[in-house]
Design a protein around this ligand. Structure first.
Ligand code: NAD
Length: 296
């Protein structure tokens, strides 16, 4: 049985770690947040007192952390403590530069390294149906396959170090823009006297269909169950979407590519987060926009 250290057992990390347990891996967790740590313990994950204690003797280390600065700091601790030849897999969404810095730290210490950010949200994490987009050499990617398969359904090897993060931020730029488009359409449809059910029934089966309406409909009581049906409790929190749009804009600037809708989406999410969206799901853009339409 492979021993897996899991660092960062938040909304995503905990259900992913639970799927590793279900697939017979010996999981040792660490989270610096007391609430996350007790939730993980209650879910059956053996929790350690430090990241270093969790990675000692682990064959594989999985990280699922909030951002690149924290990732670099955690790698600074765990890479020197990891077992010789261990495999490290970072599933967090971070900037390409931090992902490459983490790879360099790991490879310089003789570890196999993969960046494997995910798509599919907390529902996909719980169901074990995540998509993993990986950046790694072929040997490290193949070594990661059994671990990733226990937590996800689609594994895409996108290229060398950092390629997984590049794919992730491009995907999430599409998602941020498409969610705003769907919410604008619902707010407009309201004012045009169209029912939300009719709007869903048409768009979800017409050329406007996309994940943001078909799978994650931002209108409560319409379409499949989504955070909209739970008062926009995240889900995928608006500040995380803002973070991802910041990462895509940062990446676009670094390679000199114009992404005007990505830029505008980042500005809209920044306003939403500043005006009460901090604790809301990213689909909470709908009531925010609809309230503005009613004021107009
Ligand atoms: P989260 O805030 O719920 O979880 C992050 C966890 O990391 C927290 O429990 C926190 O206590 C822990 N942590 C922070 N610093 C730490 C440290 N130094 N050592 C150990 N633990 C530490 O966030 P999440 O929603 O689980 O997201 C995690 C990552 O996954 C993010 O990078 C996010 O962008 C990405 N992501 C999230 C979703 C989603 O739907 N929530 C979807 C795809 C990707």
């Amino acid at each position: 049985m492979k021993r897996v250290a899991f660092i960062g057992l938040g909304n995503m990390g905990l259900p992913m770690a639970v799927n590793l347990l279900k697939n017979g891996f010996d999981v040792r967790g660490f989270d610096k947040g007391a609430t996350a740590a007790s939730a993980a313990l209650a879910a059956g994950v053996a929790m350690e007192r430090s990241a270093i204690a969790a990675v000692t003797d682990a064959d594989v280390v999985v990280t699922m952390l909030p951002n690149g600065a924290i990732l670099r700091q955690v790698y600074g601790e765990i890479v020197p403590a990891a077992k010789a030849g261990a495999l490290v897999i970072d599933c967090s969404t971070v900037d390409v530069e931090s992902a490459r810095a983490a790879h360099d730290m790991a490879r310089n210490a003789g570890l196999k390294s993969v960046d494997a950010p995910v798509s599919g949200g907390v529902g996909g994490a719980a169901a074990g149906t995540l998509t993993f987009m990986s950046g790694a050499d072929v040997e490290a990617f193949e070594a990661a396959r059994p671990i990733l398969s226990a937590m996800g359904k689609n594994l895409v090897h996108c290229g060398e170090a950092g390629a997984g993060q590049a794919a992730k931020i491009c995907n999430n730029m599409v998602l941020g823009i498409s969610m705003i488009a769907v919410c604008e359409a619902f707010a407009l449809a309201d004012k045009l006297g169209l029912s939300r059910q009719a709007m869903f029934d048409v768009v979800s089966t017409s050329s406007g269909q996309c994940w943001s309406i078909n799978t994650y409909c931002p209108a409560p009581g319409v379409g499949p169950k989504s955070p909209a049906d739970n008062e926009y409790k995240p889900g995928f929190a608006a500040p995380l979407m803002l973070k991802d749009l910041g990462l895509s804009q940062q990446a676009a600037a670094s390679v000199g590519v114009e992404t005007p809708l990505g830029q505008h989406a980042a500005e809209i999410y920044a306003r939403f987060v500043a005006q009460g969206g901090t604790d809301k799901d990213f689909s909470g853009i709908l009531p925010w926009l609809a309230a503005r339409a009613n004021e107009a």
